[in-house]
Design a protein around this ligand. Structure first.
Ligand SMILES: NC(=O)c1ccc[n+]([C@@H]2O[C@H](COP(=O)([O-])OP(=O)(O)OC[C@H]3O[C@@H](n4cnc5c(N)ncnc54)[C@H](OP(=O)(O)O)[C@@H]3O)[C@@H](O)[C@H]2O)c1
Length: 357
């Protein structure tokens, strides 16, 4: 196999909870080179001085020395791809400017996710949705384009629903979430609100999770996405966990289903990234635990061959009857739910020629 070419990357929002994941992951990447860091208040400062570093492992010294640039297309001159970890309010305008200037942007922000011509990517599920990029460029008259990755809660849920829909025809999903603090960014939820507490509301989250999952699980045809017909009810809660979103799922099916058959289907699930052996693709996108008390955020969020990229499922059992199923799932919100899926999307784009000018 020929050695992959080097891809130069730029990052918007480098100091945030998600931005820091890129800084943590990309210096070890075989061919994505993080050349340019951009931000708002941190612009003009050395990254190591501007950031409130959240991880126990040391920051890459070359990243610490980089001077954060202003969030403008000129700052990323010469880069092949721009990752964006900006807040949505800022992303709307800034990402559009980068795409107009000819950059391929992979965005974590919610603002463009539901646009009809913008792919919402989980490469294991919907690699073919990247085809929207060509029609997006034509329709908008842009030289570049925007692809997005989903809300961190929609990501784990969609990955588990995909094989259950394809193999058993899941048609209804009722979900309750227990979402980690880092999902709210840094500094996020005030400590006095969350210590010794659970907050049963996350603004706009329930609507986003349902709409995004239906788009991700939808089918590409005639230059658009037809949303999955599955119906969903979502309840979102914030809990005092640092990383790792847990969700309980109750699903209903057209026909009978056994926990064993469901577990086999979840364990077998794989997609284009596994077939292409992309560097950030875990061997098993879904790991099934058989113990009664797993998954747990502290024990399971970094599971798998690429730490943090696998969704961990447990407590698979029938629901109210033989046509329903209950389970618990866990996914790392800033890795699989954010930076990791964006990096995997970039790897898929490179393999499929979307990064060639
Ligand atoms: N946290 C998660 O688990 C998660 C998961 C999936 C998606 N997301 C999405 O990812 C995005 C980032 O989330 P986060 O949790 O990392 O947020 P965050 O911790 O609040 O970080 C926001 C980042 O955006 C930068 N920024 C803010 N205003 C700016 C401006 N006017 N111009 C340029 N840069 C600006 C900040 O840089 P300065 O410090 O330089 O101002 C900071 O680096 C959001 O859209 C969020 O919804 C988050």
């Amino acid at each position: 196999m020929t050695k992959p070419r080097e891809i130069k990357a730029a990052l918007l929002g480098a100091t945030g909870a998600v931005g820091q994941r890129y800084i943590n992951m990309l210096p070890k990447h075989p061919y994505l080179r993080l050349e340019v860091l951009m931000g708002g208040e941190s612009a003009g400062k050395k990254y190591g001085q501007a950031v409130h570093w959240l991880f126990p492992d040391a920051m890459d010294p070359a990243m610490a020395q980089k001077v954060v640039r202003q969030a403008k297309p000129e700052s990323a001159k010469g880069c092949d791809i721009v990752f964006s970890a900006l807040p949505s309010e800022v992303a709307a305008e800034v990402e559009t400017k980068f795409a107009q200037a000819g950059f391929i942007v992979v965005s974590e922000a919610s603002v463009h996710r539901m646009d009809a011509d913008v792919p919402l990517m989980i490469p294991e599920i919907n690699a073919d949705h990247l085809k929207l990029l060509e029609s997006q460029k034509k329709k908008r008259g842009w030289k570049g384009a925007i692809a997005t990755t989903p809300n961190c809660t929609a990501t784990g849920l969609s990955m588990v629903l995909k094989p259950l829909i394809d193999e058993f025809g899941a048609r209804k999903a009722i979900v309750t979430t227990m979402q980690a603090l880092s999902g709210a960014g840094f500094p996020g939820v005030p400590s006095l609100s969350i210590q010794e507490n659970v907050i049963p509301y996350i603004k706009n989250e329930e609507e986003k999770v349902a709409a995004e999952a239906k788009k991700i699980l939808g089918t590409y045809s005639n230059g658009g996405i037809k949303a999955s017909p599955i119906s969903m009810g979502i309840s979102c809660n914030r809990v005092a966990v640092i990383d790792g979103h847990m969700e309980t799922l109750y699903a209903e099916f057209a026909h009978g289903i056994t926990p064993k058959a469901a577990e086999r289907s979840l364990e077998r699930f794989a997609g284009e990234p596994q077939r292409l052996k992309l560097p950030t693709a875990p061997d098993h996108p879904i790991i099934v635990r058989k113990e009664n008390d797993r998954p747990q955020p502290r024990l399971d969020r970094m599971a798998g061959s690429v730490p943090g990229m696998s969704v961990v499922v447990g407590r698979v059992r029938n629901g109210i009857d033989g046509k329903s199923l209950q389970l618990t799932l866990l996914s790392h919100n800033t890795i699989r739910g954010a930076a990791g899926t964006a990096i995997l999307t970039a790897e898929l784009m490179e393999r499929e020629g979307y990064l060639e000018n």
